[in-house]
Design a protein around this ligand. Structure first.
Ligand code: GLY
Ligand code: MN
Length: 464
């Protein structure tokens, strides 16, 4: 938790941006896994954390801009709660730490909202992403869940995105802590991996490191010998010599800022020549993309530059053919690189994705592409100082996609299908780092994690 002044200033900036109305923030609730009293680990809503800091369930907050009031709605623990959960700081003290002076019981919120609406105040709320919030909004405002996304306040979404996109120094320090912890997890996995092990053993190891440091996972661990499956959360395969392990996992700190790194390494001490070729292309694309990061450049351009690097590299290997600028314009690279180059990162690993990706990653002048591959790009807009983002190109051989494109002769002028066939069972490689956009360029966050072929092989050789 940052200083009280930080939260007061954040809310003041938001109120100034909106000018009038009543803003409703819904904190998250506990969610039962298999019965109500056996909940998933509690995760507070990130926007609630950003403006109110309080990391506890069953809270809501209101900024009544028209009447200059800030109110936290919630309840102190009953004696019975304390018997089961122990003493907790009083809500009033927690509110005070966030600089909020008024606290009211949660049961008074519906009547409070009703009165505000009756008096003609504009109500701003964010699009709900949890069913319990959808039910609450239905009860309190009479809005069916299907209507709520459209009824959410665009002005509020834009104002929140305009604040959370620019990371303060204290936020960058927290993000760097998360990236360092994430780096420790990756180095540990690279050191521990052995042929004969289950992926689950490594997945458990890295999760333990995040938890031991007082953090959590920022998202479910991807750790797989089937790296061609982009978000593969299955951990039941056994590592075999000659295979690649793709690890895409990250920690969030106790303050809930996220790290998101990806490394790919051989189960054996060395990459095979084929793996080495593809790895070097991904690495070159990543380093080139990083070299382009600076204020004013559109991330869409950086994405396309990485795609061209990948296409040129694959052409040199005989997997692509023809003019690579044209190939990328036609989207041919997406057979191998079917996702976006990266996304913003902050209190969420895909920062603010619940507010709407287009508000976060696009602008009036940069519209989302409809082309397969580039359409998945989460961040395309002009970069500005204070943005923190991921750079994560990859090359994958997805048998089903290859088969479909080949059958349809899709982009056949640019893809040499007979050569691609020889890579059908290759798997996938992705390399990811996290970068801060600085006034004069960029800075990669965190201590370096082995990335070049020589560095990765040195670590893997020491492990054998
Ligand atoms: N780390 C997973 C992703 O960026 O989608
Ligand atoms: Mn990522």
């Amino acid at each position: 938790m940052f200083s009280t002044q930080t939260y007061i200033a954040r809310r003041a900036q938001l109120k100034k941006a909106l000018g009038s109305g009543l803003v409703l923030f819904l904190g998250n609730r506990e969610v039962g896994m298999n019965y109500a009293a056996n909940p998933y680990p509690f995760r507070q809503d990130s926007t609630f954390l950003y403006y109110f800091a309080i990391d506890k369930p069953d809270l809501a907050a209101v900024l009544d801009i028209d009447h200059d009031r800030e109110i936290l709605f919630g309840d102190d623990l009953t004696l019975e709660d304390i018997v089961w959960m122990g003493q907790q700081p009083r809500l009033r003290d927690q509110a005070e730490h966030a600089g909020v002076r008024e606290v009211m019981p949660l049961r008074r919120l519906p009547a409070f909202l009703k009165k505000a609406r009756r008096s003609g105040q504009t109500l701003h709320f964010l699009p709900p992403y949890r069913p319990e919030h959808q039910l609450a909004l239905k009860d309190w405002l009479g809005l069916a869940p299907a209507q709520q996304k459209a009824a959410a306040s665009e002005a509020l979404i834009r104002a929140v995105v305009a604040q959370r996109s620019y990371k303060s120094e204290e936020e960058v320090a927290e993000l760097e802590r998360a990236v360092n912890l994430t780096g420790d997890m990756h180095v540990a996995a690279m050191k521990a991996a052995r042929a004969g092990q289950l992926e689950a053993e490594l997945a458990g190891l890295v999760e333990g490191i995040a938890v031991s440091a007082g953090g959590h996972l920022a998202y479910p661990v991807i750790l797989t010998v089937q790296g061609q499956i982009l978000h593969n959360h299955y951990h039941g395969n056994t590592l075999q010599a000659g295979q690649l392990v793709l690890g895409d996992f990250g920690a969030e700190t106790a303050a809930h800022y996220a790290g998101d790194l990806t490394r790919t390494f051989p189960v054996s001490a060395r990459f095979t020549p084929k793996q080495r070729d593809i790895y070097q292309i991904v690495l070159d694309a990543q380093l080139h993309a990083i070299s382009l990061l600076r204020p004013g450049v559109r991330y869409l351009e950086v994405h396309l530059a990485a795609a061209r690097c990948i296409a040129e590299g694959l052409k040199a290997l005989g997997l692509m053919q023809g003019d690579m600028d044209e190939a990328v314009a036609h989207g041919a690279h997406a057979l191998f690189f079917p996702h976006g180059l990266g996304h913003m990162i902050g209190l969420d690993v895909h920062d603010m994705e619940n507010l709407g990706e287009n508000y976060v990653g696009y602008s009036e002048t940069v519209q989302r592409s409809t082309q397969f591959g580039t359409a998945y790009l989460r961040l395309a807009r002009e970069l500005e100082p204070g943005f923190v983002l991921t750079v994560e190109p990859g090359i994958y051989f997805i048998p089903q996609l290859i088969q479909q494109w080949k059958r349809a002769k899709h982009c056949a002028a640019f893809i040499h299908y007979p050569a691609v066939e020889k890579y059908r069972s290759f798997g996938g490689i992705r390399i990811e780092d996290n970068a801060l956009i600085a006034p004069d360029g960029h800075r990669i966050l965190g201590r370096p994690v082995p990335k070049s072929i020589a560095e990765v092989e040195a670590l893997r050789s020491a492990a054998h």
